[in-house]
Design a protein around this ligand. Structure first.
Ligand SMILES: [Zn+2]
Length: 252
C-alpha cells in the first residue's frame, strides 16, 4: 500500500487554561527552554503562578567543565532563564545528573515538591522513548517523566512518604493533569505566538551550556521556530507548544 503523503497531521486541541498554579518538573536546566518556556511566558502573563523544579542541576552537561564548577553556573543560567518567562521560584532537588533511576527515591523527591507547591497542573518533559522519528530520548528525561506521573498521585496519599507530612505539610491531591511537553503522542497544544520571543530569550539564557555543545552557527530562534511551527499548524496558530495530557482523575 502506498502511504498517502498528502494527509495532514491530526489537529491539536487547546490545553485547559482554567487553573491558577502549575509546577514544572524536569530533569535538567534547559529542558523547559527547548519548547515549553514560551507557553510558561503566556501563562505567567495571564497571572498564573508557575514554579520550576529541576531534579538535577545539569552538572554533567558540559563536557569541558567539571561538575563541581558546572553546577552553580547552570543553576544561575536556569534562574535567569526562568525570570525571563515570569517564574520567580526555581527549586533544585539535587539528584545526580545523568544517572537518574526511575523508582521510589525519585518519586519521593518529586512528591515533596508537589506537596510543597500544590499545583493543579504539573508539566514535565516528553518521556516517550523517542522525540518522534528516530531521535532517541534521554534516560533522565524518561525516568523523570514517569516518576512525575506517579508522584502527582503519591502526593495525595497521606500514607505514601508520610515522613514528609511534618511542620504543617499536608497531602495534595489537587493535580488535575500532567502535561508532557514535546511528546510525539501529543494531542494538545497552546498558542505561543505572542510569547515566542520570550521563549527564545529564555533558551539563550543558557549561554554556557549552548556554547559547551559546540554546535557551530546554531541559532536558538531558528531552532524554536522550526519546532513550534509544526505544532502551530496543527493548532491553527503561527506557533504553539504541544503537550501529551495525562488526566489524574477517574472516569475521563
Ligand atoms: Zn535534558
Amino acid at each position: 500500500m502506498t502511504p498517502d503523503v498528502t494527509t495532514p497531521p491530526a489537529p491539536l486541541a487547546p490545553v485547559a487554561e482554567d487553573w491558577d498554579r502549575a509546577l514544572c518538573v524536569v530533569a535538567h536546566p534547559d529542558d523547559l527552554e527547548f519548547g515549553a518556556a514560551a507557553a510558561v511566558a503566556r501563562w505567567t502573563g495571564q497571572g498564573k503562578q508557575v514554579v520550576y523544579a529541576m531534579v538535577t542541576s545539569g552538572e554533567a552537561g558540559i563536557d569541558g567543565l567539571h561538575p563541581e564548577q558546572c553546577r552553580g553556573l547552570r543553576e544561575a543560567e536556569q534562574v535567569e532563564s526562568a525570570r525571563i518567562v515570569g517564574v520567580d521560584v526555581v527549586d533544585f532537588l539535587g539528584l545526580p545528573d545523568g544517572i537518574l533511576e526511575y523508582g521510589v527515591a525519585l518519586r519521593r523527591a518529586i512528591a515533596a515538591a508537589v506537596r510543597h507547591h500544590r499545583p493543579e497542573i504539573v508539566v514535565t518533559n516528553n518521556f516517550r522513548d523517542t522525540w518522534g522519528g528516530r531521535n532517541l530520548n534521554q534516560a533522565d528525561h524518561i525516568a523523570v517523566g514517569r516518576a512525575t506521573l506517579d508522584a502527582a498521585r503519591d502526593a495525595g496519599n497521606r500514607w505514601v512518604f508520610p515522613e514528609q507530612l511534618t511542620d504543617g505539610m499536608e497531602p495534595w491531591g489537587g493535580v488535575r493533569e500532567v502535561w508532557a511537553a514535546g511528546s510525539p503522542q501529543a494531542a494538545h497544544a497552546v498558542d505561543t505566538t505572542a510569547t515566542f520571543q520570550a521563549g527564545v530569550a529564555s533558551l539563550e539564557a543558557h549561554e554556557a551550556y549552548i556554547a559547551g555543545l559546540g554546535w557551530e552557527d546554531w541559532d536558538a530562534g531558528e531552532f524554536l521556530e522550526g519546532a513550534s511551527r509544526g505544532a502551530g499548524q496543527r493548532l491553527g496558530t503561527t506557533f504553539a507548544a504541544a503537550f501529551e495530557v495525562f488526566p489524574m482523575g477517574w472516569g475521563s
